[in-house]
Design a protein. Structure first.
Length: 360
């Protein structure tokens, strides 16, 4: 990225960030048409770099520039917003629906259908601040226009595609996780712990947020939970997706927050000999029977014995201490020793605990 040189001919607003595209002539005219919904007179905060781009192939150039604009906007907003790999549309009341999914899950197709009934916000990246305000990214859509060349996607303006305009201000209201495949069972509510784990894998720079797991849990509570859509053909589920804006949300489940803590170098006395120790974690949220823990940039969902052991290790404890804790909670079991030691070893393999020989 660069800030040097004269002001670019094309400046677009992506996720609320003004970004310059240093092109001229026919390329500038073409990009202004493609980015018709995002053009701005604001001074650019950054200018995308054209280095290593093939200017002789307009289709490839346009696609690459769109990616670079998006990356620049994500970089500028990292650490302040939840940036989802999601398309988004909004109704006239400003209630936004986000469809979250990995590449190939059908986000652009979903938005292409939905935005004929709801306003277009983005087909790729949905940026949400702490107040749930959605910062639009009305980029060109990458669309296959020649069935004989399915790998070639043209960058087309939402205006050229006839997509509806979103209201000036929109707030995230519903979240749907897309699962395309042979299962065509439709919309189903998701347990919050599982939804958080899936959403984490479809975010950018989430670990840079303060209390990232709690932030996602708050977002889900405010949006009435999350739904999964299992589908074969998206157009068969457009009515259900639009109708979800008016469906009563799921009531929030009770939860506890366990803010991140460094335990690799614990202050105070060293752990007792043969004690298990929690690995440093970035953030964790506990539901009734599940626990979502972020270690580094990975999220783990624990259940059953895993939850009991992780919670019991608020302070370092030996295997015998933990075995006594489990027996007190659940009673004795003929294979209690094997179950507890096996669970501890698995948690250590996953990077959630330090084994006794590594904890001192």
């Amino acid at each position: 990225m660069s800030r040097e040189g004269t002001s670019p001919e094309v400046v677009v607003e992506a996720l609320g960030v003004p970004i310059g595209i240093p092109v001229t002539g026919a390329a500038a005219d073409r990009l202004r048409r493609q980015w018709s919904r995002a053009l701005t007179d604001r001074d650019p905060a950054t200018v995308v770099d054209l280095e290593h781009l093939d200017g002789h192939d307009p289709v490839a150039l346009d696609y690459a520039l769109t990616s670079r604009v998006t990356l620049a906007a994500l970089d500028a907003t990292a650490g302040s917003r939840v940036n989802l790999h999601a398309g988004a549309v909004a109704d006239d009341e400003g209630r936004a629906l986000a469809v979250v999914g990995a590449s190939g899950s059908g986000k652009t197709t979903a938005v292409h259908h939905l935005a004929r009934r709801l306003g277009y916000l983005s087909d790729e990246t949905t940026s949400v601040d702490e107040g749930l305000l959605v910062h639009p990214h009305p980029k060109p859509l990458s669309v296959i226009t020649d069935a004989d060349a399915p790998r070639v996607k043209q960058s087309l303006s939402p205006d050229d595609l006839g997509l509806l305009r979103a209201p000036a201000t929109s707030y995230l209201h519903r979240i749907v996780l897309l699962h395309r495949g042979e299962d065509d069972s439709g919309l189903v509510p998701l347990a919050p712990a599982r939804a958080i784990a899936e959403i984490v894998s479809q975010t950018s720079s989430l670990p840079r947020l303060e209390d990232p797991v709690r932030r996602l849990a708050d977002m889900l509570d405010a949006c009435g939970g999350a739904w999964g859509l299992r589908y074969r053909e998206l157009e068969h589920w457009v009515d259900d997706l639009v109708g979800l804006l008016d469906v009563e949300g799921q009531p929030p489940l009770p939860r506890l927050h366990h803010p991140g803590r460094r335990t690799d170098d614990p202050a105070g006395d060293d752990p007792a000999p043969h004690a298990w120790v929690r690995a440093s974690w970035r953030d964790a949220v506990e539901y009734d029977d599940e626990l979502v823990v972020m270690v580094g940039d990975r999220v783990h969902v624990l259940a059953g014995l895993g939850v009991v052991l992780w919670l019991a290790l608020e302070v370092p404890r030996t295997t015998d201490d933990l075995l006594a804790e489990v027996r007190e909670l659940w009673g004795d079991h003929p294979d209690a020793v094997g179950l507890v030691t096996g669970a501890l070893e698995l948690l250590a393999q996953e990077g959630l605990l330090h084994a006794p020989d590594a904890a001192g």
